[in-house]
Design a binder for this molecule. Structure first.
Ligand code: NAP
Length: 294
């Protein structure tokens, strides 16, 4: 009798993303393509977990012996309560997007800001001495602002619809002892206009412009931005938002959110496997998942 080879992956080889909804995530395609390209016997799935089931899902990582997971909307903050340890940067950001299971001990990290910085470096954007403006004060804005502060921008202004949330972020940046002191403004005010008029980098961290609401924009008149300003949109559906289209038409350098998505995923590998994920393979797979041509 011939012996059948087991097709089970065994513990410690299964990963995934926890979110709600999560069906349209590009992460499974991105990570599974990377495993295949590197001949790794591992699998990455999408787990749709409603908020009421989050605690049980996190316990399931230990019970089932998953190697780790990514975490996305709406769980990035709430998940922190169910982990054994949260790394200092993730705690400063106030959100976890990567969990690693070390022998049943769950540790949370945040790679969003790291992915953001690498995506700028990849485009040759130098941050030291720049005046930066962050639009929004939610989860993405917190990661972006903290990392801009750590990367040595000269000035940082947070423009947000609700001022208290922006003030809360500015206070957290001060507590994290980032070298820059952040200013706060509401959209459409004189302070906001002044910051935008001298910005070297503007980063949209609001969902304004995201599919299906593609005609909305966080900045009604890009004409206010100076020549040479880099306009970054963390949105990647669509790849060119109205903000980026108008900035490009004005001759400004534009960066979309795809590179941040790819690099935050590649950085998660550092915690799971001790090395960075293969960025080119992951980018191609993410683009195919988002159905865009290279
Ligand atoms: P969030 O925590 O819900 O924060 C949303 C922010 O946008 C808040 O500051 C909110 O202002 C503001 N906002 C929302 N609707 C607005 C409106 N109609 N007018 C003005 N401001 C509005 O969301 P998030 O997790 O930070 O995500 C924000 C964006 O980042 C999303 O588009 C997401 O796709 C993108 N993102 C991209 C990546 C990547 O890898 N590329 C990673 C993470 C996030 P209030 O404080 O006033 O409510």
């Amino acid at each position: 009798m011939t012996q059948r080879r087991s097709t089970s992956l065994g513990p410690g080889r299964i990963l995934g993303i926890i979110g709600h909804p999560v069906a349209h995530s590009a992460s499974p395609a991105m990570h599974n393509a990377a495993f295949a390209a590197q001949g790794m016997h591992a699998m990455y799935g999408a787990f749709d977990v409603p908020p009421s089931h989050l605690e049980k899902a996190i316990a399931g990582i230990r019970t089932l012996g998953l190697l780790g997971v990514n975490v996305t909307i709406p769980h990035k903050q709430a998940v922190m309560a169910y982990l054994d340890e949260v790394a200092p940067t993730a705690r400063q950001v106030g959100a976890v997007n990567t969990i690693v299971n070390r022998g049943g001990r769950l540790i949370g990290y945040n790679t969003d800001g790291w992915g953001f910085l690498i995506s700028l470096e990849e485009r040759g954007v130098r941050l030291a001495g720049k005046s930066a403006v962050v639009l929004g004060a939610g989860g993405a804005a917190r990661a972006v602002a903290l990392h801009l502060g750590m990367a040595g921008v000269a000035r940082l202004t947070i423009i947000n619809r609700s001022r208290p949330r922006a003030e809360f972020l500015a206070a957290d940046l001060a507590r994290a002892k980032t070298p820059v002191r952040a200013d706060v403004a509401e959209p459409g005010t004189e302070e906001a206009g002044a910051a935008l008029a001298e910005a070297g980098l503007v980063v949209n961290c609001t969902p304004l412009g995201m599919d299906p609401d593609t005609e909305s924009t966080p900045l009604e008149d890009v004409g206010i931005l100076p020549v040479g300003c880099v306009v970054y949109d963390t949105i990647y559906r669509p790849l060119e938002t109205r903000l980026l289209r108008e900035a490009r038409q004005r001759g400004l350098v534009t960066v979309n959110g795809l590179a941040m998505l790819v690099h935050q995923g590649a950085c998660s590998w550092e915690y799971w496997f001790g090395r960075r994920g293969p960025v080119d393979v992951m980018r191609t797979a993410a683009m195919a998942a988002l159905e865009v041509q290279p």
